[in-house]
Design a protein around this ligand. Structure first.
Ligand SMILES: Nc1nc2c(c(=O)[nH]1)N[C@H]1C(S)=C(S)[C@@H](COP(=O)(O)O)O[C@H]1N2
Ligand SMILES: [Mo]
Length: 321
């Protein structure tokens, strides 16, 4: 969906801050249904170019890629996090990332591409259309959430970088600054955190660069000001607080893969048939579910197979896990 609509409904997003969450969700359902009539009903509205920003979400498209599953609460999404730069327990990022300064923020683009250099984040993302996308999210540890992200397709950014024919992969790097990220003073991981994707995975329209959630600027503990979201892969692929993007000819080193290659592969596709050595991947516990509620079955590619299975057509996924 490429049309950009300056919508009076933008107020719906902001209202999530003042209306109860259930209202927000109901209204969202309404918008989603009405968006089926998008072409007809909104054809008369004025379409205007929109400047994507990390702060101004007044113009947003409701993505057709959203799941119908009701999202987790804002509280759940922002108080149960993995972000080792701010501590290794689930509550640490919410406790320790509050003062993390993310403005100004710049991103360096380098490697096998034409666009090279260091760019102010808001300048860099200005041309892109922001969408709300409600995605399933599955951590390899066995828990899952449903999160209403705000972001744009990584494919849009990649096209703008004009990668050359040697660009087979893309590598992302998190900020390294132990003064601002106190968890980096401990050598629990090799800092800075890095992640990577094959270029065709990165170009898939589902791959999201997220700058917010629940209609708000990205909370620090969720990876402010910009993080990756790859909904058919385990959570650790979704690298936070990105400062560098590099196009490479060879497979980039990824933090968890380097730390424990037998446990975390490069691909990290959600796959109920390939267990992690310490955790079964067959089922998952939705964060916020009651102790008596059964675990849910984990779906192949986290339920996104229709859109991504082609990427792995001829691959042995027990070998390339
Ligand atoms: N820089 C960085 N990115 C990271 C991590 C991290 O420790 N550092 N943890 C990963 C893991 S394991 C998960 S499950 C997700 C969690 O994202 P959330 O806290 O927004 O749910 O972030 C991923 N991105
Ligand atoms: Mo994770």
């Amino acid at each position: 969906m490429s049309i950009i609509i300056k919508s009076s409904r933008a107020s719906d997003i902001k209202s999530s801050e003042i209306t109860p969450e259930s209202d927000y969700l109901n209204r969202r359902e309404f918008i989603k249904k009405s968006s089926l009539l998008l072409g007809a009903a909104w054809a008369g509205r004025v379409a205007m170019p929109v400047a994507a920003s990390t702060k101004d979400f007044s113009s947003i498209i409701k993505s057709p890629y959203s799941t119908d599953v009701p999202p987790n609460s804002f509280k759940e999404i922002t108080s149960y996090n993995n972000f080792y730069e701010f501590g290794t327990s689930k509550k640490d990022p919410a406790r320790n990332a509050g003062d993390f300064q993310t403005d100004p923020w710049s991103i360096t683009i380098e490697g096998e591409c034409k666009k090279q250099g260091r760019f102010d984040l808001d300048d860099l993302i200005k041309p892109f259309a922001l969408e709300e996308r409600i995605y399933r999210f599955r951590c390899v540890e066995g828990w899952s959430m449903v999160i209403p992200w705000i972001g744009f397709s990584l494919a849009d950014l990649i096209k703008q970088c004009e990668p050359n024919s040697r660009a087979k992969y893309i590598e992302f790097t998190t900020l390294y600054d132990p003064k601002r990220m106190p968890g980096q003073k401990r050598r629990v991981l090799q800092w800075p955190y890095t992640e990577g994707l094959r270029i065709d995975e990165a170009m898939n329209p589902l791959t999201l660069m997220a700058v917010g959630l629940y209609g708000k600027t990205m909370p620090n503990q969720n990876g402010a000001p910009i993080r990756l979201v790859v909904p058919w892969k385990y959570g650790f692929k979704s690298i936070k607080s990105i400062v560098k993007i590099r196009f490479t000819e060879t497979q980039p080193a990824c933090t968890w893969n380097v730390t424990a290659p037998k446990e975390y592969g490069f691909y990290s596709n959600v796959n109920p048939n390939v267990d992690h050595p310490r955790w079964s991947q067959r089922t998952e516990r939705r964060i916020g579910s009651k102790f008596w509620e059964p675990k849910q079955k984990t779906l192949m590619f986290n339920g996104y197979g229709e859109d991504v299975a082609y990427l792995y057509k001829d691959m042995d996924l027990t070998k390339y896990f």
